[in-house]
Design a protein around this ligand. Structure first.
Ligand code: FES
Length: 108
């Protein structure tokens, strides 16, 4: 099953990207050439340039952030919000089909 995620750019433009179970949201977004996700470290959780702000309606479907992810979220270019996550740490699965997440104005 293809999993579709709706990414909302800071200017309001919606980008729909598709991925597959087990793929990270970051990988699905970069494969779709979404400019708002830089992902400089390639998913090693050392850059925080894959920041997304998950729609509050979806946060409970995601596993809680690890302590390491939580620490990295303190280093995002645009200050973290209550539902901020690193998209490299969001593993897509069928329950996330339809996920909505915003992109910060900048990753730097
Ligand atoms: S891609 Fe670098 S922290 Fe997610």
């Amino acid at each position: 099953m293809r999993i579709t995620v709706h990414l909302i750019e800071s200017n309001g433009t919606r980008r729909d990207v598709t991925g597959h179970a087990g793929q990270s949201l970051m990988r699905a977004a970069t494969a779709a050439a979404v400019d708002g996700i830089a992902a400089d470290c390639g998913g090693c959780m050392t850059c925080a340039t894959c920041h997304v702000i998950v729609d509050p309606a979806w946060t409970e479907r995601l596993p809680a952030a690890s302590a390491d992810e939580d620490a990295m979220l303190d280093t995002t270019a645009v200050p973290r919000q209550p539902t901020s996550r690193l998209s490299c740490q969001i593993a897509l699965d069928d329950s996330l089909d339809g996920l909505v997440a915003g992109l910060p104005e900048s990753q730097y």
